[in-house]
Design a protein around this ligand. Structure first.
Ligand code: PMP
Length: 436
C-alpha cells in the first residue's frame, strides 16, 4: 500500500463522478481529453497526494500537469493567497500595487544574465504569444522557428508553434518553420546535436529570406513525451539564430523552478542564456499565472505599444507566486529533486533491464519520461500503455501521458515527492507490467 501520510481528508458530500461527468459533457462541451476510462473525481489535495470522492488516496506523480510545484494546498501558498484575498483581490496594473513588484523582483533575481524585465500574464499560452510578439517587434522579422514535437500553447498564434497533429486546428499559422526534433531516442541523428543544428541553418537559408524573428524550444519537451533535447543543441542553434538576426526564446513552462534538480532553469542544462524566457504552471502552484522575462533592450521595444492585460500580475496571484518562490528556496526543493530524481531514475533503469516493454528512461530530477515500446524497432506500445495507465491508477499512482501515441509515461510530481513515494511508484509499475 501507499507510504504512510499524515492527513485526514474531509468527508465529501458533493456531486459524484457520474453526475459531474454528465454535467461536464452538457455544459463544458464534448472533450477528447479525459484521463482514465472512468474519469477520476478529485475532491481534495495535500502535498503530493490527491483524494477522490470516496476518500481514496492517490500518489500524484503528474502534479496537475507539472503545475503543483510546492505541493497541493501548500500551507504557505494558501496563507499568502488568503491573506491577500481578504485585503484586495484586484485593481489591474493601471494603479500601483506592491505585490506585483515584490514578485517581479524576486523572479528577476532567479534569472541569469541580463534577463531582468518581467511581464505577467495568465497562462503558458499567453506567455508564448507575448514572447513571439516581442521577437517579431524587436527584430522586425516575421519568421519563427520551432521544433517538431513541440507544445507551446493552443491560441491562434501559439498553435502555429505547436507541432503535434493532435493539437492542430485549421487556422492560418503565420510564417512558422518546424525543424527536426533533436530527440536522442527517436531522432534520425540520435544525440548528434551538430546534425540537427545544421538542419536549422538549412531552414533559414532555404526557407526564409535569411532573417528570422526568433527560435523557440522547450529544453525538456513535455506534451511531446518528456524528451530532453540532445546535449549541446541549444548552444549551436542559438548561435545560428542570432547570426540570422533572431532572438532565442526558452519555453520553461514545465522545466523551471529547479525541477530538473541540476539547475533552476531547463535552459541552464544546455549552458545557454536565452533572450526571452516564458514560464507558467509551477510558478503559481496552481494559480492562473504566467510570465515572460526578457532583457531591458527587448523590453524597450515593447514600450512602443501599450502592453496591458487585465489580470496579469494581479495582487492575489502575485502574493501566491512570491510565496511559491520562497517555499522552493526555504525547502531546498531543487536539491531535493536532484536527490529523489537520482534514486528514481536509477530504479527505473533497473526496471528497464527487467522489462523489454520499457524502451527508454530519460530526463533529470523530477522531470522524467518512461517510453513504452512493443519491439526492438521501438514500435510505440500504445495499447499496453493504456492498460498500464489504468492499472497504475487502480494501484493508487497517477502519472502523465505524453507523445503522439500516448506511450510515454511522464513522471513529474510535486517537488515534495519523497524517496518512499519514488519506490512505491517503481514497485507499482513493476507489478503492473509483470501482470500485463
Ligand atoms: N508551453 C509548454 C511547454 C506547455 O507544456 C504548455 C501547457 N501544457 C504551454 C506552453 C501552454 O500553457 P497553458 O496551458 O498554461 O496555456
Amino acid at each position: 500500500s501507499l507510504p504512510p501520510f499524515d492527513h485526514q481528508p474531509r468527508p465529501y458530500k458533493g456531486m459524484l463522478a457520474d453526475e459531474v461527468l454528465e454535467k461536464r459533457k452538457k455544459f463544458l462541451g464534448p472533450s477528447l481529453f479525459y484521463y482514465y476510462q472512468k474519469p477520476l473525481n478529485i475532491v481534495e489535495g495535500k502535498m503530493q497526494y490527491l483524494y477522490d470522492e470516496t476518500g481514496k488516496r492517490y500518489l500524484d506523480a503528474f502534479a496537475g500537469i507539472v503545475t503543483v510545484s510546492c505541493g497541493h494546498c501548500h500551507p504557505d501558498v494558501v496563507n499568502a493567497v488568503v491573506e491577500q484575498s481578504q485585503l484586495l483581490q484586484h485593481t489591474t496594473t493601471i494603479y500601483l500595487h506592491h505585490a506585483i513588484v515584490e514578485f517581479a523582483e524576486a523572479l528577476a533575481s532567479k534569472m541569469p544574465g541580463n534577463l531582468k524585465v518581467v511581464y505577467f500574464v495568465n497562462s503558458g499560452t499567453e506567455a508564448n504569444e507575448l514572447a513571439m510578439l516581442m521577437a517579431r517587434m524587436y527584430t522586425g522579422n516575421l519568421g519563427m522557428i520551432a521544433l517538431r514535437n513541440a507544445y507551446h500553447g493552443g491560441s491562434a498564434g501559439t498553435i502555429g508553434l505547436t507541432a503535434l497533429h493532435t493539437w492542430k486546428y485549421p487556422i492560418p499559422q503565420g510564417e512558422i518553420h518546424h525543424v527536426m526534433n533533436p530527440d536522442p531516442y527517436r531522432g534520425a541523428f540520435g544525440s548528434d546535436a551538430a546534425h540537427y543544428a545544421k538542419e536549422v541553418e538549412d531552414h533559414i537559408n532555404y526557407g526564409t529570406s535569411g532573417n528570422v524573428a526568433g527560435f523557440i524550444a522547450e529544453t525538456f519537451q513535455g506534451v511531446g513525451g518528456a524528451v530532453e533535447l540532445a546535449p549541446g543543441y541549444l548552444k549551436l542553434v542559438y548561435d545560428i539564430v542570432r547570426k540570422s538576426g533572431g532572438v532565442c526564446i526558452a519555453d520553461e513552462v514545465q522545466s523551471g523552478f529547479g525541477r530538473t534538480g541540476s539547475h533552476y532553469w531547463g535552459f541552464e542544462t544546455q549552458g545557454v542564456i536565452p533572450d526571452i524566457v516564458t514560464m507558467a504552471k509551477g510558478i503559481g502552484n496552481g494559480l492562473p499565472l504566467g510570465a515572460v522575462v526578457t532583457t531591458p533592450e527587448i523590453a524597450s521595444v515593447m514600450s512602443k505599444r501599450i502592453q496591458f492585460n487585465t489580470f496579469g500580475g494581479n495582487p492575489v496571484c502575485s502574493a501566491g507566486g512570491l510565496a511559491v518562490l520562497k517555499v522552493l528556496d526555504k525547502e531546498k526543493r531543487q536539491a531535493h529533486c536532484a536527490d529523489v530524481g537520482f534514486q528514481l531514475i536509477d530504479r527505473l533503469r533497473t526496471l528497464q533491464q527487467k522489462h523489454d516493454i520499457i524502451g527508454d528512461v530519460r530526463g533529470r530530477g523530477l522531470m522524467l519520461g518512461v517510453e513504452l515500446v512493443s519491439d526492438k524497432d521501438k514500435t510505440p506500445a500504445k495499447a499496453e500503455a493504456a492498460v498500464l495507465f489504468e492499472k497504475l491508477k487502480d494501484l493508487g499512482v497517477l502519472v502523465g501521458k505524453g507523445g503522439l501515441h500516448g506511450n510515454v509515461f511522464r513522471i513529474k510530481p510535486p517537488m515534495c515527492f519523497t524517496k518512499q513515494d519514488a519506490d512505491f511508484l517503481v514497485d507499482a509499475l513493476d507489478y503492473a507490467i509483470s501482470r500485463l
